[in-house]
Structure formats: C-alpha cells, structure tokens
Design a binder for this molecule. Structure first.
Ligand SMILES: [Mg+2]
Length: 418
C-alpha cells in the first residue's frame, strides 16, 4: 500500500485566555493536520503542533514519503532522519522541557507514524488499538483540566467560562466541567498565583469534590524548598504533584521529602532522560505524550520502561483537536500500564476538524472507537474553516509570554519564581 500524496494543512481554533507559568493562551491555538493519501483511496490522518518551525520540518519530510509503503514504519523513520538531519526545532513554548535533536526527530516522526497507523487500520479494517497489540481497556478515563483564567481576551466579550482567579471560581469551573463531562480526576494548572493561593485553590476543590483524585501542576514555578513545603501541606490531598520545580536534580530533592509521587512532562521528555531521572529517583509518574515521545509505539515502549522501574504513567496534553484525541484514546487503550486518568484540553475548545460524535465523554471517559484506524473522519468543510482561521489570525507560533504583556506589562515567566 504505497503513499501517493502527503497533504499538510495548518489550522487554528479559538482558545480562551488560560493562564500558566509562561503567561496566557493567545486567542487561537495552532495545529497541523496531516492527510497521508495512499493507493485505493485510503487516507491516514495525523495531527500535531502548528508552530511554523514544526510545520516546516513536517513539509520537508512530506516531500520524502510518496512511493513508500505505509506499513514500512522504519522506512518512514529513516525518511524523517534524512529530511531533518541534525535540525533542532526550538522549544516551542517552555512547557514540555528542553529541545534536542532526538526530541525533534521523535516529534516529527510521531505525526507521520500516527497517520500511517490510521491508514494501516483502514487497509486491515481494524482499529489502531488492535495494531498496537489489542485493547487493554474499552474506555479511557480523562481528568478535568482546570485553569486560572481571565474573563476574556482583550477587546472581546467574556467567554462562557468567565474569570477564574479565586478558589470559589475554580470550584465553579470544576463543577461546570464535571457536570458536562463526568470527570472524576481533577487537575489544576498552577504556576500562576503565589503557592499560598494555589494551595487554597486545591483545598477548596478537595472540600467541594471529596473522593475525586486531585493533581496540581505549577510547571516548575517553585524553588525546591517551596515545593517541599507545598508538598508537606498538601500531603493526603494530592494524588500526585506535577513538575513542582525545574530539573532532575531539583525534582530529586523534592521527591525525597514529598509524601506523594512527583509527576513530570518537563524533566523526562525523551528516552535519554530516563536513566538520569530514574537513577536519581526524581519522579514517580511520567506523563507520556505521543506527540513528542515518538508516536504511539514509542509511547508503549515508554510504558514498558516505566513499569520495569516501578514508575507510574499518566498522559500529558496540549491544546488539541479530535485527531489527536483519537490517537491518545487508541494508544491509551492498548497500553496496559497506564496508572492514571489522562489529561486533555478538550473542554476548552468549541470547534474541530473531525465529524462530530466519534469521541464522546461519558462519566469522564471516552469509549474506544471500534471503527477502522483512529476511528475518526475528517470534515472537509470544518478543515477549510480552521485553515481560514489560521490565515486570518496571523499567528505563526505560540507565544504566551508576549501575549501576557498585553495584560501585565512587565510580565516575566514564573519559572522558579517562588
Ligand atoms: Mg505538566
């Protein structure tokens, strides 16, 4: 089954002003949508980052693929290496660890691997989870992903979620999200307010939603001593504390004193980080993300590695659309060692590029589609609209820091601030 044509479409979709350690989300999030068009009308879909640097790398790989067999994943991987050489895509937004050649190759390969697996599934008439070894679960649980946020973007009306800068507003946000999607686990994106205030936010959530597992992710906003103090005060409240402080060494210092496991999508972001981090006992949970861990099969390899070392596995999320959610669901279904509900930004968007209805949340979980491939279908009109939005919005890379300066003139990232 030969690849005939590779179509990459940059898209944008509206995004609320969600706050994090680097600033605030811009009015549009960017993604790249891939169609791998093969013989006999078979099409495989992929979705990944939309920054122009990433899209440029993907275009260079795309030119190498026509004529390759869509089942030849090593051949596709070689094409990625050939096209990119030793190019490094700069760290895209400071929230998923540093950049490296290995991580660049893994990220770009992942986009094409997912689309190849989708195409393979269509050829064989089987879901991607079956190609990955079969379903270990029929549905995949996700967490409610809460953010501190402004009421709306400058010069725009407030969005439907409104402002969230207080414990009461966080509880209200959680209630709305849980009512709509049925989530059990709750995650708060921190690194925005002083630790004292974020502790109050978590305590308010714990009081309002007893029995719901809670996590807090300040994206390395705290110094190790602060992190140790927060961990002590939230002992018995958090199921895990995510990236409280920068770097493997700092995380190891905190991990030694914290009662709950530390999780990361910042200090363990490629296979090269595993040996030093695990040796230092810096993390108890790794957050996988197929977009930068090298695709669905390498995500399973990561899971096997974590299991061997007694380390838990959860799943990280960036702003994403339905093709990415489908890939997350398929790989989560086929990965037995996945110890926690996965993260998703799904509730924060109100448009998509796929035909609706394939991925619905019931009791906080998405049922694994049993249709062939990823189980989702591209909506050409919706894709066209999202591409128009990309052209109109004028953004070419994510820049939370500079956008935040529209709200707070002298803003600097909060990394290791407290
Ligand atoms: Mg994180």
């Amino acid at each position: 089954m030969k690849i005939r044509e590779v179509v990459l479409t940059p898209v944008a979709f509206a995004d609320p002003p969600l706050l994090n350690v680097m600033g605030v989300h811009e009015p549009f999030a960017l993604r790249t949508v891939l169609e791998l068009r093969c013989e006999d009308g078979v099409v495989g879909l992929g979705e990944s980052y939309g920054d122009s640097a990433f899209a440029d790398q993907a275009r260079r790989v795309a030119a190498e693929l026509p004529g390759l067999d869509v089942f030849d994943l090593p051949g596709i991987r070689r094409a990625v290496s050939r096209a990119l050489g030793d190019t490094v895509v700069a760290d895209r937004h400071g929230l998923i660890g540093g950049a490296s050649i290995g991580k660049t190759l893994a990220s770009v390969y992942s986009l094409f691997e997912v689309a190849a697996l989708d195409a393979q599934g269509h050829v064989l008439g089987r879901p991607v989870a079956d190609l990955l070894g079969g379903k270990a679960r029929d549905e995949v649980e996700f967490s409610a992903y809460l953010f501190y946020k402004y009421a709306g973007h400058p010069d725009a009306d407030p969005d439907e979620w409104g402002e969230a800068l207080t414990p009461d507003a966080l509880v209200e946000q959680a209630r709305r999200m849980i009512n709509r999607y049925g989530f059990r686990s709750i995650k708060l994106k921190g690194g925005v307010l002083a630790p004292e205030q974020e502790i109050e936010g978590i305590r308010a959530l714990a009081d309002a939603f007893p029995g719901h597992p809670l996590r807090l992710d300040p994206n390395a906003a705290w110094k190790p001593d602060t992190a140790i103090d927060v961990a002590r005060r939230l002992d018995g409240v958090l199921e895990y504390l995510e990236d409280p402080t920068p770097g493997i060494e700092g995380m190891a210092r905190v991990a030694e004193r914290a009662a709950m496991p530390l999780a990361t999508n910042m200090c363990v972001v490629s296979f090269a980080d595993i040996e030093p981090a695990f040796r230092a006992r810096a993390v108890g949970v790794v957050l996988s993300d197929h977009h930068f861990w090298g695709g669905l099969r390498d995500t399973q390899a990561l899971s096997t590695t974590c299991r061997a070392f007694g380390v838990g596995l959860s799943m990280h999320s960036n702003s994403h659309l339905g093709i990415s959610l489908a890939a997350m669901v398929q790989v989560a279904a086929a990965t037995p060692h996945l110890s926690y509900a996965c993260d998703t930004h799904w509730p924060w968007k109100d448009s998509d590029v796929i035909v609706p209805g394939a991925l619905d949340f019931v009791n906080g979980a998405v049922r694994v589609p049993d249709r062939p491939g990823l189980g989702v279908e591209l909506d050409p009109d919706a894709l066209g609209r999202a591409h128009e939005d990309y052209l109109r919005c004028g953004l070419t890379r994510r820049d939370d820091v500079n956008y935040m300066r529209r709200f707070v003139q002298d803003f600097e990232p909060n990394t290791a601030r407290w």
